[in-house]
Design a protein around this ligand. Structure first.
Ligand code: SAM
Length: 193
């Protein structure tokens, strides 16, 4: 039976170059039997691909995104980042809202949650990093999409301050923007210290 193409909701982030770059890194990284979490699933296409290989749970704050991902067969929870989830997860995936956005540039709709990264573009990434030790398995991996607009080196330093190591595993330059995927793991030396 042909799977029905999802109907896009105007308030849900449509897959873009960043989505597809992250998706290809996920396909290289995922292992059979992984317990996977996708934070901010949007349309659900990444979580759906993961579900073919592993047990996958996804979250989003946007109710329209949750409905759409659920329609794609994704197990989805409406929550802030990973609040209320226990873990530990072997693989955590996040394409965060990363555009630097000033207070007076904000638009009051659900799509804003897909784009608005606060003043420096790293506000949501910072929140994401600060609770990560609780839910990431000691040998777990995170795949995080970041843009040059967000600050690639600054993001690496942010994770280092929280006790994580990050390496770029894939990248793409689009018009005026460099997109990278970070593979992030616990810095086991800093955990021991
Ligand atoms: C750039 S979009 C990425 C969507 C999808 N993963 C993709 O790659 O196409 C970011 C997603 O994160 C969600 N999001 C933003 N802040 C969030 C938060 N605090 N908790 C959960 N989801 C959040 C947004 O609603 C949006 O769906």
């Amino acid at each position: 039976m042909n799977q029905k193409a999802p109907e896009y909701h105007e308030q849900v982030y449509q897959p873009e170059a960043d989505t597809y770059l992250l998706l290809s890194s996920v396909k290289n990284e995922i292992r059979n039997g992984d317990m996977v979490l996708e934070v901010g699933t949007g349309s659900g296409i990444i979580a759906q691909a993961c579900s073919e290989r592993a047990r996958c749970v996804a979250t989003d704050v946007n109710p329209h995104a949750c409905r759409m991902a659920h329609g794609m067969g994704v197990e989805v929870v409406r929550t802030d980042l990973y609040a209320g989830l226990k873990g530990p997860f072997d693989l955590i995936i996040f394409n965060p809202p990363y555009l630097p956005t000033a207070e007076n540039e904000r638009i009051d709709d659900w799509l804003e949650y897909a784009l608005d990264g606060g003043m420096d573009g790293r506000a949501v990434i910072h929140q994401f990093a600060s609770g990560l030790h609780r839910i990431l398995h000691p040998y777990g991996r995170v795949l995080l999409l970041v843009s040059s607009l967000t600050g690639i080196q600054e993001t690496r330093e942010l994770f280092a301050e929280e006790g994580f190591l990050s390496f770029i595993v894939s990248e793409k330059t689009t018009e005026g923007e460099r997109l990278v995927v970070f593979r992030i793991t616990h810095d086991l030396c800093s955990l021991r210290g």
